[in-house]
Design a protein around this ligand. Structure first.
Ligand SMILES: Cc1cc2nc3c(=O)[nH]c(=O)nc-3n(C[C@H](O)[C@H](O)[C@H](O)COP(=O)(O)OP(=O)(O)OC[C@H]3O[C@@H](n4cnc5c(N)ncnc54)[C@H](O)[C@@H]3O)c2cc1C
Length: 409
């Protein structure tokens, strides 16, 4: 029976014709094959933490939540293969048992690993790339329903497309991850003000393994957060008050639980433009939105990588995100801030609110066409494409898709 699907923030609701929860790769393949034969589409969802309509569909929505567990571990190579339904939290604990850990995490760990990877989810740290950089291979059900394997070498260049794949190349059923030996981090949080934060920003970014800051728009207060390997902390900050001080294994201490729901817009911009862009966003928030927006702004750093659609593709990146309470109208606020982020060559986070479409996006990604070619290769009929995704990527309805849809009727 059709039932409504709602994302985490509640800003996205739709009723797919059916929701499938396959319990094997074979079952995933059968769902895709049936859709291909009928000229229908399939979207795959992770934990519904994206608020852009990537998974929205009138047809079949699949969830791989029943594909759980670690398939294999190569301790010497620091690699492991996991099934696609695992969340960051569950994978973090299971990998820890095997003495391994991810190089970084974002703010929460409730997403699926593949859900996070597929939108270029990132944490913070000048030398730490998006989570997608962990992906070094896997298995994927492509548009015909066939299963392919991919590695760092084969098919050539495919991994760079698959790393931030938006679920349009195919449905990944297992993921090979390159990891680190398990490690601890010392987390510290400090309160100060915008002036002190900006005066010391370069050294905070350079000297801490992970560093970010929150600015609270109704005041000049700033929360600095640092995470370092124990013994490698750069020292006290005389201009800030220490308010949190804990050490634990990385997978337990990078993230926090978020209970208050929100909608968010986040853009990545070239690192050298970070402060200039922040100051302009701050000015506009104070001038126009302060009365009704109390949510903080988050400023992070991401290392460059080679994924075709990564927010940090080939570029040291700063990300700036703005938030608004779930349920409150966010559109005016986000639309008022977005042009500033775009003026700084901003690339939007694929899983958060933004208004860009193919014609705006293509110039931002040097490997855009490489991604589209890979997509065309794995799904020429467009089984994984919805009208939104066709517009987002600039993929018109092909003759093949038209013919398949016709045959299915
Ligand atoms: C509270 C909160 C905190 C967040 N913190 C951060 C943060 O710190 N940093 C950051 O960068 N982002 C952050 N995000 C954004 C979030 O990480 C992304 O939106 C992420 O993609 C959500 O993962 P998910 O498992 O919910 O997947 P979904 O949102 O359900 O899906 C995301 C994408 O993954 C694809 N996908 C899912 N499964 C598969 C599969 N098996 N094969 C192929 N494709 C697949 C989907 O088709 C879709 O395109 C946050 C979001 C929230 C709500």
């Amino acid at each position: 029976m059709a039932r409504e699907w709602v994302n985490w923030s509640g800003s996205l609701r739709f009723t797919p014709e059916r929701i499938e929860t396959p319990d094997s790769e074979q079952a995933v393949a059968a769902i895709v094959q049936r859709a291909a034969e009928q000229g229908r589409t399939v979207r795959v969802a992770g934990r519904g933490h994206s608020s852009s309509p990537l998974v929205q569909t009138d047809d079949t929505l699949a969830s791989l939540e029943r594909l759980q567990g670690i398939e294999s571990v190569d301790t010497a190579a620091h690699e492991a293969t996991i099934r696609a339904g695992m969340t960051l939290q569950d994978a973090g604990e299971a990998l820890f048992e095997a003495g391994l850990a991810m190089h970084n995490l974002g703010d929460v760990n409730v997403q699926q690993v593949i859900g996070g990877i597929s939108t270029g989810t990132h944490g913070t740290g000048r030398k730490l790339p998006c989570l997608s950089a962990m992906l070094v291979g896997g298995r994927m059900v492509i548009g015909s329903g066939e299963v392919i394997e991919f590695t760092e070498e084969q098919p050539p260049g495919f991994l760079q497309a698959a790393r931030v794949g938006l679920g349009v190349l195919g449905i990944i059923t297992s993921l090979r991850l390159r990891l680190l030996p398990a490690y601890k981090l010392h987390r510290q949080e400090w309160c100060t003000d915008v002036r002190h934060c900006l005066d010391h920003l370069d050294e905070l970014v350079a000297r801490n393994r992970n560093f970010d800051f929150y600015w609270y728009p109704r005041s000049d207060e700033v929360k600095l957060r640092t995470w370092n390997l124990p013994g490698e902390e750069p020292g006290d900050l005389p201009y800030a008050t220490l308010v949190e001080d804990r050490t634990d294994w990385a997978h337990r201490i990078i993230t926090k639980k978020r209970t208050i729901r929100f909608d968010e817009m986040e853009y990545g911009i070239p690192a050298e433009a970070g402060v200039r862009c922040f100051l302009q966003v701050r000015r506009r928030m104070k001038d126009v939105y302060r009365k009704y927006v109390g949510w903080r702004l988050l400023y992070r750093t991401v290392a460059p990588d080679d994924a075709c659609l990564s927010i940090a593709h080939g570029c040291e990146t700063v990300t700036i995100s703005v938030h608004h309470n779930a349920g409150l109208p966010f559109e005016d606020f986000f639309r008022g801030i977005e042009p500033i982020l775009r003026d700084h060559e901003g690339r939007p986070h694929w899983g958060k609110k933004h208004t860009l479409r193919a014609e705006d996006l293509r110039p931002l990604y040097p490997q855009w066409d490489v991604f589209l070619q890979a997509r065309q290769h794995t799904d020429p009929q467009g089984v994984f494409l919805t009208p939104y995704l066709r517009e987002l990527l600039g993929v018109p309805v092909s003759e093949q898709a038209r013919a398949a849809a016709f045959a299915g009727r």
